[in-house]
Design a protein around this ligand. Sequence first.
Ligand SMILES: [Zn+2]
Length: 223
Amino acid sequence: MIETPSPNFNDRPDGVFADMLVFHYTGMASGQAALDRLCDPVAEVSAHYLIDEDGAVHRLVDEQYRAWHAGVAHWRGETNINDRSIGIELVNPGHEFDYRAFPEPQVAALKELALGILARHDIPARNVVGHSDVAPARKIDPGELFDWVGMAQAGIGLWPANEVAPSDDVDYDSGQMLTKIGYDISDLPAAVTAFQRHFYAERLDGIADAATLRRLAAVVALI
Ligand SMILES: [Zn+2]
């Protein structure tokens, strides 16, 4: 663990504890550029941790404090996601530059860090999310190359083992299911796309086709 303190944090509100874990990518040309920005008081952004592509983990903000990573966001009716979350930035140039697979050492470091966080805090699996899940109209990180399946296999977050077959007695309304999972559906196509980016990356078109609806129902069945 490399201590790289950021000045960009404040106290969590009284009685509010972290019950969410949010993954990001940095979306900048280099890891150093991202680290500089996350520690720049003028930028007023941060995260609790940043993980470089070689697996080096930087601690920027202590978990007890409120880091500034989610911005305008929503999950399960909560809108101040920074109050109640721990944020991890993964160095990756992102879609704007050169979006690429997260290297194995980075993923291994992330799993170890996330498992430690889950052991220290009461964070349900359904509250392990990507930035795009909590800000579907604004954000697409950590993106469709993030290995949610591998994370779930390591005990981090949700993954539906089996798709639920469609039937008449199940409500297949996409908006209702997305809301049940936690998404803000004020921009429904954006919410569908965010769901797909997380749970059905084969399809990223915001169209709730039959396969997307089955996957939605499968996730709803887990919560
Ligand atoms: Zn982000």
